[in-house]
Design a protein around this ligand. Structure first.
Ligand code: BGC
Length: 746
């Protein structure tokens, strides 16, 4: 028996390692390799027919009756939304049987996992731990590669400043520094795991008016450069091979036809050499945007602006060749786009990627290492927003624990972004996980409370009320799911969907302490619950290991360290509400009087600020010191503080550094996050922590898009949220200039 077991283990190990071997990292090649790739592309383009060229610019999605002959004929150069390894091997084989044998890009939205699920990207941002985000992307890519996917439509690096916008769960929230850090980490992770990353959606998708998906964005040049563009730059600097254009119009021009953004800025100023893919069907949408009369014109405008690949719009495939023949589209434009597509394929080594073997593919899914990474990520993504002392639950006090909510048990915590059809393991219920951790002294019992996990109907209300009466403590897991978050799920009411608020009121009415665990895709408005819950725990769907991690946090096996990646509004009417706003001439005072910039019926501050999250221990900050080395934009500022764990438990704290320039030529934000670090301290331990900022990161863009760093005084604030109040300052000196001129440092 033992021998048999060993043999099985060896076979599994061999299969796993052969699947792992296929995962060569994806990256830009330099020097002689890059030159050889360009020569190879020259030769290929010289030998391609017009139809083969157009084929490279066409991205076709999996559908019933998908015609492999189109691939063999060279008319389809890229495919998407395949997840079955058997089909994946077959499409790539069809490409090998084509005349030029150019490999396919096989794309998928591998957003936060493929088989092992990590927290939603917004939850990963809440970890304030880029190492975990990188690891999540790495495992996501490894699982994707094992199935044959070599291109992911991720990371989404759009700013998420409006919680009405359902899509912000794919990004890192409201802060540009955190978004930059996460964009770079996720890009590195995906590409290290063997899939080409796509920074999307270029640009301003998160700026849609009213938080409505696909809606018009009007973004001043200064804000475009200071807020929306930097995460793209961060992803490209981390090596991203592709970019996806956004659906919406930006300052009057649909992003899909925005030559200024795609060609002049991205390819011109930024020298991006990779490919740009349209969003799903967005080229023919240029007709509805009102800038193209028909499909051929839409194709011409998109190509001329700089869209290389038409994702599911079919207009390149249908019209480009004819447009070239009619002399309306220059061949050089088509060839330039083909070059960029081939460049990505060859730099990524797609021609050398080993064929996947469908028999071994699934062995590489759900490895223990991937699950461990998902657990680490889930733990740190959990944010403790309120706690009256009930948490961590102790078995002695929590003898009878009622767990409520279909979300606590749903077989699969599957969310909108996840590809269907990939095998997954069932996830342990939250009640089972709590029982396991609290041990036999406690009795954990369960009521779904609602009939489905989007909470549209109450289930057995009387039984829930009875169970609540019998409990010492109630843990309710409620939230947004199904149709309530993600793409196309903008909302005007940021409440718990369906009847979940009514369910919660029943639980609170029982008089028993209620611990609310939220799983949402955005911050909800929670003002009416303030002071009425024993504890409030926020997760952004924490993935395959999420429930086990939540149970660890609730029982104290893990000390929470997640921080809000967005401000939580007090009411929808406050939106937009973000911490790094500009000052006004009539700021809110303590008296709050009329003719100040306030609402007469609501405070200005959010309910929970950006960067906020509690711990089971207590951290203190003291002894701030600032050191400036050098002058001008080359200066480096080091800010040191003493961080003390003053409580009785080990724990992690996110040390956050905010900077403000109180006087400048233009109004500057009241504060901006410029650096952070997550520090683990033992109970009673104290450590000196130093955060470093480059003076070049203290600047802003002017109305022409030029970058300016103004010398002068800066205030710094250090602490554990955007309300950080340990304050210091420094002076950024002008670099001695030969001309000895005063003014900004450009
Ligand atoms: C989304 C993209 C996504 C594409 C393919 C679109 O609707 O906006 O982000 O990559 O679909 O699934």
């Amino acid at each position: 028996m033992r021998i048999l077991l060993n043999i099985v283990c060896l076979i599994v190990a061999a299969l796993v390692s052969s699947a792992a071997r296929a995962q060569e990292p994806v990256r830009w090649r330099g020097g002689a390799q890059a030159a050889a790739i360009e020569r190879r592309i020259d030769r290929l383009i010289a030998s391609m027919t017009l139809e083969e060229k157009v084929g490279q610019l066409h991205l076709y999605g999996r559908r019933e009756g998908f015609d492999y002959a189109e691939i063999r004929a060279g008319r389809v150069g890229n495919v998407m939304n395949f997840v079955d390894p058997v089909e994946m091997a077959a499409v790539q084989k069809a490409a090998r049987e084509s005349r030029l044998k150019i490999p396919l890009l096989i794309g998928l939205d591998a957003v936060h996992g493929v088989s092992t699920y990590f927290p939603l990207p917004l939850g990963q941002a809440a970890t304030f731990n880029p190492g975990l985000a990188e690891e999540a992307a790495l495992w996501t890519a490894r699982e994707a590669r094992a199935l044959g996917i070599n291109w992911t439509f991720a990371p989404m690096v759009d700013m998420g400043r409006d919680p009405r916008w359902g899509r912000l769960l794919e990004g890192a929230g409201e802060d540009v520094h955190l978004s930059n850090v996460m964009a770079a980490a996720r890009t590195r992770g995906y590409q290290a795991g063997g899939v080409a990353a796509t920074a999307k959606h270029f640009v301003g998708y998160g700026g849609g008016e009213g938080g409505r998906d696909y809606n018009t964005a009007w973004i001043p040049v200064e804000q475009l450069h200071d807020l929306h563009l930097p995460p793209f730059r961060a992803s490209l600097d981390a090596g991203s091979l592709s970019v996806m254009a956004s659906f919406n119009s930006v300052n009057g021009v649909p992003a899909t036809a925005h030559k200024g953004m795609l060609s002049d800025l991205l390819r011109g100023s930024w020298r991006f050499r990779g490919l740009v893919v349209s969003d799903f069907g967005s080229i023919p949408e240029l007709i509805k945007h009102g800038i193209a009369r028909d499909e051929p014109e839409a194709a011409r405008k998109a190509l001329a602006a700089g869209i290389d690949i038409d994702m599911m719009g079919f207009v390149y495939a249908r019209h480009l060749a004819a447009e070239v023949r009619a002399g309306r589209v220059p061949m050089v434009q088509v060839e330039a786009a083909v070059r960029r597509v081939l460049r990505v394929k060859f730099h990524a080594g797609m021609d050398r990627m080993a064929d996947i073997d469908p028999k071994t593919a699934e062995v590489a899914l759900q490895s223990q290492a991937a699950r461990d990474a998902a657990r680490r990520n889930a733990r740190e993504s959990i944010i403790l927003l309120d706690n009256n002392g009930i948490l961590p639950l102790r078995a002695a006090q929590a003898k009878r624990v009622l767990v409520v909510g279909a979300l606590a048990r749903a077989d699969q915590e599957r969310v909108w972004t996840d590809p269907a059809g990939v095998p997954r393991r069932p996830i342990e219920g939250l009640d089972a996980a709590l029982q396991r951790l609290l041990g036999p002294v406690s009795d954990v019992f369960f009521q779904p409370g609602v009939t489905s996990y989007c909470g549209l109907e109450l289930a057995q209300r009387a039984a829930v009320i009875e169970a609540a009466a019998a409990a010492d403590v109630i843990v309710a897991k409620l939230g947004e799911d199904c149709e309530f978050m993600g793409e196309g799920a903008s909302r005007t009411r940021l409440t718990l969907p369906g009847v979940q608020d009514a369910l919660l009121e029943d639980l609170i009415a029982s008089g028993k302490p209620v611990v609310l665990v939220l799983a949402t895709g955005r911050p909800l408005v929670l003002t009416h619950l303030k002071g009425r819950l024993a504890a409030l725990v926020q997760t952004f769907h924490a993935g395959s290991e999420g429930r086990a991690a939540i149970a660890e946090v609730l029982t104290g096996a893990f000390n929470p360290s997640g921080k809000t990646p967005m401000s939580f509004p007090r009411s929808v009417g406050q939106i937009p509400v973000y911490y790094d706003h500009l000052p006004t001439g009539r700021p809110e005072t303590r008296i709050r009087q009329r003719y100040e910039s306030i609402y007469i019926d609501e405070a200005n501050q959010p309910l929970y600020p950006f960067g906020f999250g509690l711990s089971y221990t207590d951290f203190g900050f003291s002894d701030l010191a600032v050191d400036v080395a050098g002058a001008g934009r080359e200066a480096v500022i080091s800010v040191s503080v003493t961080l003390a764990n003053r409580g009785a438990r080990d724990g992690q704290e996110v040390v956050q550094l905010y900077v403000r320039q109180p006087q400048a030529s233009i109004s500057r934000p009241v504060r901006q996050l410029k650096a952070f670090d997550k520090i683990m301290l033992k109970a009673g331990e104290t450590r000196r922590v130093t955060l470093v900022v480059k003076a070049s990161d203290l600047g802003y863009h002017d109305a022409q898009g030029g970058h300016v760093v103004e010398p002068g005084r800066f205030d710094v604030f250090v602490g554990n949220s955007a309300l950080a109040d340990l304050k210091g300052d420094f002076v950024l000196a002008r670099r001695p200039s030969r001309a000895g001129q005063a003014g900004a440092l450009r």
